[in-house]
Design a protein around this ligand. Structure first.
Ligand code: C5P
Length: 303
């Protein structure tokens, strides 16, 4: 092992939102075909990988982030990422991983996936593996549907079960209020409810609205507001009906658009500029923790 990295490598990766989440009929493997437009926003998780005698993972939360639900065993996505990379590339050097989470847990913002993406990049550098980006993306796709996007960042399309990611041309900056709640939601439970809602109904193949692609290309937040959407939102609202109230309150407070993020419960409010976002956030603060963010931001980055 080179002495270059004895002090460890730190990588940060962003939260994702789905500007549009198109969901198709459940596949035989239990996953759903997606056509989604991702955007990386300015909430980050950092992972530090340090050579160690044994595999280990520790976790802290940035201000306001409750990490009680983060597993510290072999199911932890960052640890799974490190071990997968070691196994696939013949590395015999355990690492201690430290996660510092700034992305709410189980919120529909792919916080665990960001940890997985950051751990993959950090360990590949720590171990001097010199892997082509396509190989890291392939391993990321094995770990979870949203992990490849954590590496790519920016604005991007996602197909397959979300793991097939291609950058989208985006000339805008978008100001978001991200409303988070203390209690998370289970992604599998929301997809299962989507299936119940669509029983006996023919679900068309999902697609990303061309108007959304055009809005990003033009960098036009108002046009983007007209094109956002989430096919999981009815299921999330059925499981958590009280989300209807803040969604309505955000629109009443003049947000351009309001939608559930991924499987929820986090809600997203598109605004015109940072001051607008601050005033929408103030109106939403009775309902949860309202964070002012912007996107797009880059994917996993070495610090
Ligand atoms: O891939 P990931 O581990 O993030 O998926 C978590 C769960 O979400 C899956 O086990 C599945 O129940 C559901 N899912 C799905 N279709 C997708 C992505 C996720 O049904 N495209």
């Amino acid at each position: 092992m080179t002495s270059l990295h004895e002090t460890g490598v730190t990588v940060r990766a962003p939260a994702k939102i789905n500007l549009h989440l198109g969901v198709g009929p459940v596949r035989p493997d239990g996953f759903h075909p997606l056509a989604t437009a991702y955007q990386a926003i300015s909430l980050f998780s950092t992972v530090t990988a340090t050579p160690a005698d044994d595999w280990a993972v520790t976790c802290t939360g940035q201000v306001g982030i409750d990490t009680a639900g983060v597993p510290l065993d072999d199911t932890n996505l960052a640890l799974r990422a490190a071990k997968l990379l070691a196994r696939e590339h013949g590395v015999d050097q355990p690492v201690a991983l430290h996660l510092d989470k700034g992305i709410p847990v189980a919120g529909g913002l792919a916080g665990g996936s960001a940890d997985g993406a950051a751990a993959l990049l950090a360990c590949s550098l720590l171990w001097d593996l010199s892997l082509p980006p396509a190989r890291l993306l392939e391993l990321a796709g094995e770990l979870g549907s949203d992990v490849p996007f954590g590496l790519v960042g920016g604005s991007a399309s996602g197909h397959g079960r979300g793991e097939l990611v291609e950058p989208l041309e985006d000339h805008g900056r978008y100001d978001w209020v991200v409303l988070t709640f203390d209690t998370g939601m289970s992604t599998p439970a929301v997809y299962a409810d989507f299936d119940v809602l669509h029983e006996g109904v023919e679900v068309p193949d999902p697609e990303i609205p061309p108007a959304l692609v055009a809005a990003l290309r033009a960098g036009d937040a108002r046009a983007l507001a007209d094109a956002v959407g989430n096919d999981l939102q009815p299921a999330s609202l059925r499981l958590r009906p009280q989300l209807a109230e803040p969604l309505r309150a955000g629109l009443d407070a003049s947000a351009y658009a309001a939608l559930v993020s991924g499987s929820g419960p986090t809600c997203l409010f598109l605004c015109g500029d940072p001051d607008h976002a601050a005033s929408v956030a103030a109106a939403l603060s009775p309902y949860g923790r309202a964070l002012v963010c912007h996107g797009p931001v880059p994917g996993a980055t070495v610090l």
